[in-house]
Design a protein around this ligand. Structure first.
Ligand code: PLP
Length: 366
C-alpha cells in the first residue's frame, strides 16, 4: 500500500518506538510515586519535557503533556471562553472550531488563498477590544497546508487587545515551520504526537512565560496542577524523541517530492486546481481539485489500486465529506483530494502514486 495520508497520521519514527519501549522496560510504575521505579519513570517524563522544550526554545516547565491535539485545543478554547469571547479562524480544525462555536465565539474569515484575512481580524478585534479573551489561529492548515501569518496576528492582538491570549494549533506545522512561543506573542501552542512520527494519544500544550490556563481536567493535580491524570511517560518520551528527529528532518527533500508530484499531476491533468498554492505552504501537503471527479470516488478508486489518500481532513471516523476549509476559501470542493507526504515518503512512492492517480482520474472521467 502506498501511503500519502501523513497529515492524518504519520509513520512512527524508530527513535520514538525505541523511546517508548525503553520506558515500558522500566516496568509498571506511576511517575508520581515515591519508590525507585516510579522515580525512574518520572525521570524519563522530565527528560521528555526537557527535550520537547528544547525543540521550541522554552523552559521545560512551560510544557504540559496532554492526550493529543484535540485535548490541547479544547483546553485553550474552553479556558479562553471562561474569560470572554473567543475569536477563531474559519479554517480551524474541529477541535478548535466546535468548542469555539459552542461558546458563541466569532469566526474570522480567510482570503481566497486560505490565509486569515488580517483586515477582518483587525475589525473584529476593535469591535471586541473590551471582551475578547482568546484568538485562536492554526499555524498551518491541515488540508491546504497554508501557513498562517502568526507574527502579524500576534502584533494586531498586542496592539488592540493586549490582555487577549493568542493560541495556535501547531499540530500540522510543528517541526516543519518555526513557531515562536512567547517571544512573538504566541501564548499557547497545541501539539500532537502522531503527526510528527510519535504515537497516537499523546500531545502537549506549550505555554508562554507567565501564561496559565484554567485546567480542563481536574483530579490528582498532576502536571503541576495544570492537567490531572496519570502522565503517559512512555508516550511523552516517544513524542519528544519524534520531535527531536522531526526537527532535524530534511524537509527540503520532502518539499522536492511534493513539488514533483504536483508538477506531474499538472502535466497530466490540465484543469487541475491546487488549493492554497498562492500562500506559503507546508512542504508536505497538496490539496487538489479535479473537475468532474468526485473526491470520494477518487479516494475509493485509489484505495483499490493501492494508494491511500484522503478527501479533505479525516477528523471524524473515516468521514470524507465537504471541506470546511474550501468553503471558507470560497472554493467549490467537490473534487478536493488531500495528498500528504511525510518523513518516510520516497521518490519511488511518489512516482507510483502519480501513475495511480492519473489512471484513476482518466477512468473516472470515462
Ligand atoms: N488539529 C489539527 C490541525 C489536526 O490536523 C488534528 C488531527 O487531524 C488535530 C488538531 C487533532 O489532533 P489529535 O488527533 O492528536 O487529537
Amino acid at each position: 500500500m502506498l501511503y500519502l495520508d501523513h497529515a492524518a497520521s504519520t509513520a512512527l519514527r524508530p527513535e520514538a518506538r525505541t523511546a517508548f519501549a525503553d520506558v515500558l522496560a522500566l516496568g509498571p510504575a506511576n511517575p508520581t510515586g515515591a519508590h525507585a521505579r516510579a522515580q525512574a519513570v518520572r525521570a524519563a517524563l522530565e527528560l521528555a519535557r526537557e527535550r520537547l522544550a528544547g525543540c521550541l526554545g522554552v523552559l521545560p516547565g512551560r510544557v504540559v503533556f496532554t492526550s493529543g491535539g484535540t485535548e490541547s485545543d479544547n483546553w485553550a478554547v474552553r479556558a479562553g471562553a471562561s474569560r470572554g469571547v473567543v475569536l477563531y479562524s474559519a479554517i480551524e480544525h474541529p477541535a478548535v472550531a466546535v468548542p469555539a462555536r459552542a461558546s458563541g465565539g466569532i469566526e474570522i474569515p480567510v482570503c481566497r488563498s486560505g490565509v486569515v484575512d488580517l483586515d477582518a481580524l483587525e475589525a473584529v478585534l476593535r469591535a471586541h477590544a473590551s471582551d475578547a479573551a482568546l484568538v485562536s489561529v492554526m499555524a498551518a492548515n491541515n488540508e491546504t497546508g497554508a501557513v498562517q501569518p502568526l507574527p502579524e496576528i500576534a502584533a494586531l492582538v498586542r496592539d488592540i487587545c493586549p490582555d487577549c491570549l493568542v493560541h495556535t494549533d501547531g499540530v500540522q506545522a510543528f517541526t516543519k515551520e518555526p513557531i515562536d512561543v512567547g517571544g512573538s506573542g504566541i501564548g499557547a501552542l497545541s501539539l500532537s504526537g502522531h503527526k510528527i512520527g510519535g504515537p497516537v494519544g499523546i500531545g502537549a500544550m506549550v505555554l508562554g512565560q507567565e501564561v496559565e490556563l484554567e485546567p480542563l481536567l481536574l483530579g490528582g493535580g498532576q502536571e503541576r496542577g495544570r492537567r490531572a491524570g496519570t502522565p503517559d511517560a512512555a508516550g511523552a518520551s516517544a513524542l519528544a524523541a519524534a520531535a527531536v528527529a522531526s526537527t532535524h528532518e530534511d524537509w527540503a527533500r520532502v518539499g522536492f517530492l511534493r513539488d514533483r508530484l504536483e508538477a506531474g499531476l499538472r502535466a497530466e491533468i490540465d484543469d487541475l486546481v491546487v488549493y492554497g498554492c498562492e500562500a506559503p505552504r507546508l512542504v508536505t501537503h497538496t490539496f487538489i481539485g479535479i473537475p468532474q471527479v468526485p473526491a470520494d470516488m477518487a479516494v475509493i478508486a485509489c484505495d483499490r489500486a493501492g494508494l491511500a489518500i484522503s478527501a479533505g481532513s479525516s477528523c471524524s471516523s473515516g468521514a470524507q465529506g465537504a471541506s470546511g476549509t474550501l468553503a471558507a476559501m470560497g472554493a467549490d470542493g467537490s473534487g478536493a483530494l488531500r495528498l500528504s507526504l511525510g518523513w518516510s515518503t520516497s521518490l519511488d512512492e511518489v512516482d507510483r502514486a502519480l501513475d495511480i492517480l492519473v489512471d484513476v482520474v482518466l477512468k473516472l472521467r470515462g
